[in-house]
Ligand binder design. Structure first.
Ligand code: GLN
Length: 553
């Protein structure tokens, strides 16, 4: 979670006397950037792009909500300044405002409130009927120019929904200064003062800090911020992210929120499985499995957040402690050998020392030769390999070059002039508009055989549904020859023309997919292909697939 001060609002969406069980919809409205969605943003700057079932390309926060709450969100759950302004401008062009002057207040602020109200009524937890609660996360820092229309919209919204139907939680940082370890409350005092001057009074303060806040600090914050002391929550650093809900539960945050929203009985929650299987288990794992992640944005681990999480979920189930080696793909290349021999040696020794290799998705040419070399190493040395999206295209290029002997084989994305394009641009793509024009969202993969690792891991015989995000695909014209050469395309799309999963026989685990299985991985339901990689890397896959293994957990 960002440590900047920002508001989180929870509002009740309908009368509970008519409600079913207390269900939740999450909503993440104000990414105060002008981009319509995160699809065109660099992972370097903003972390990964999280893909939703309906093809929405969202901020990585939506992935956190899906994983924590086991939800499936849609593109409407991610509201950005860009989306709001384009919808208002489109209506203005149609003449919908009947000659009125179109302004931030009321037109933008109304559009934000209407959007929230509409989406808050749509269930996202797979159950029918209107959800009871909508969680709204307003990103950024209070006082930012960009988030002003959203704050004003939420100020008005509290009157739209009425008293007792909106609970405001303000997230803020309490830094500790100097050797004496004094907790500084001033940043919080100021951000709350700013928030209140804008018409929003926080009910709870969620204070990010290194260690639990002292009582005196809580009382001071209560006094200066117009919040009861027991509603000042300490959100101190913990050993793993699954401990965060437990920290909140200990402080009774759930009961306070339920009281404020009049949700009787909804605070009776049982976190025991969460605690034992996730929070405590993660810290108690001892036997290590090392995975080399060969990518290009390795300076910012958020660029591969969902992959990292999917590996963690698989490790929890396989009882292994995850050691992730981030390998900058460029350092595996021959050029690095000449220019930076130390980095080259270190990168290769970490690849060699790993129990498994993962090549994640990516765009553009930089680092691809290094990834191809890593795939070759995995294939030749019987080292478990999982390729995702670009990682599958890499596996195909490597096979074409080194097994088929097609020396200059490449992807048209990497080398448009290649004489042997084994990966080509998909006919339905657009080269002029990059936003939202890829093959996106959930698509079906038809399994071509049950005699493959993927079918066994998914425990499926006919098809699997996973999320996609790509513009290029394996060249269908070359597939028959590649198959003859021994590459197994065990999953294809419904037309049979588009390759979805490739495997190699006679290898411990050499599996690659055109889709992104990481987006659907959940702590209690690890993604099958990630579980396969971890089990293979831990030497436990064969037993697991033969059905003779003791149940994992
Ligand atoms: N760049 C490749 C493509 O567009 C792979 C995309 C990805 O890995 N997400 O097909």
């Amino acid at each position: 979670m960002p440590s900047a001060s920002h508001a989180r609002t929870t509002s009740r969406t309908h009368d509970l006397t008519t409600s079913r069980t207390h269900d939740l919809t999450t909503f993440h409205p104000a990414d105060p950037y002008l981009n319509v969605d995160a699809g065109t943003m660099s992972p370097f700057e903003h972390g990964e792009v999280f893909v939703l079932d309906d093809g929405g390309e969202a901020d990585l926060d939506l992935g956190n909500y899906e994983r924590f709450l086991d939800l499936s969100l849609s593109k409407d759950n991610n509201l950005t300044t860009g989306k709001i302004y384009s919808s208002v401008i489109e209506r203005e062009r149609k003449g919908d405002y009947l000659g009125k002057t179109v302004q931030v207040v009321p037109h933008i602020t109304d559009a934000i409130q209407d959007w929230i109200e509409r989406v808050a009524h749509v269930p996202v937890d797979g159950k029918d009927g209107c959800p009871d609660v909508c969680v709204i996360e307003l990103g950024g820092t209070v006082g930012d120019i960009e988030s002003m229309p959203f704050i004003e919209a939420l100020r008005q919204f509290q009157f739209r929904v009425g008293a007792g139907n909106m609970c405001v939680i303000h997230v803020s940082l309490v830094p500790v200064i100097g050797v004496v370890g004094e907790e500084k409350t001033k940043p919080t005092q100021h951000s709350v003062a700013t928030l209140r001057s804008l018409g929003l009074n926080p009910h709870l303060l969620a204070c990010r800090s290194q260690s639990p806040l002292g009582d005196a600090t809580k009382e001071k914050l209560a006094l200066f911020c117009h919040v009861p002391a027991e509603q000042v929550l300490t959100m101190h650093d913990v050993s793993n992210i699954w401990r965060v809900p437990l920290v909140l539960e200990e402080q009774g945050a759930h009961s306070t929120i339920c009281n404020i929203l009049g949700l009787k009985g909804a605070d009776r929650i049982n976190m025991s499985r969460w605690k034992s299987f996730l929070a405590e288990r993660w810290d108690s794992l001892t036997e290590t499995v090392t995975i080399a992640m060969v990518g290009k944005y390795t300076d910012l681990s958020d660029a591969y957040l969902s992959i990292n999480k999917a590996l963690q979920h698989a490790c929890l189930t396989a009882s292994r402690k995850l050691k992730l080696e981030w390998i900058e793909a460029g350092y595996l290349e021959g050029e690095a050998e000449a220019s930076d021999p130390e980095e080259y040696e270190s990168a290769w020794s970490r690849v060699r020392g790993a129990d498994g290799i993962l090549v994640p998705g990516g765009f553009g040419g930089r680092g691809t030769e290094g990834k191809i070399l890593a795939a070759k190493y995995a294939r030749e040395n019987n080292k478990p390999y999982l390729g995702i999206c670009l990682g599958m295209q890499i596996a195909v290029i490597e096979f074409a070059r080194n097994v088929m002997g097609w020396e200059n084989a490449n992807s048209a994305e990497i080398d448009p002039a290649t004489p042997t394009p084994v990966v080509v641009f998909m006919p339905e793509g657009s080269k002029t508009h990059l936003g939202g024009t890829m093959r996106l969202g959930t698509r079906r993969t038809i399994l071509q055989t049950v005699d493959c690792i993927a079918a066994k891991l998914y425990q499926a015989e006919q098809y699997i549904d996973e999320r996609h995000r790509h513009r290029y695909e394996v060249n269908p014209e070359l597939v028959p020859q590649l198959e003859e050469g021994g590459l197994r395309f065990v999953g294809k799309d419904e037309t049979g023309e588009r390759m979805e999963i490739v495997e190699l026989s006679g290898h411990k685990y050499y599996v690659a997919a055109q889709f992104h299985p990481e987006f659907k991985s959940r702590p209690f339901k690890p993604s099958p292909l990630f579980l396969g990689l971890i089990l293979a890397a831990a030497g436990k896959l064969d037993k697991h697939l033969s059905g003779h293994a003791t149940p994992l957990v």
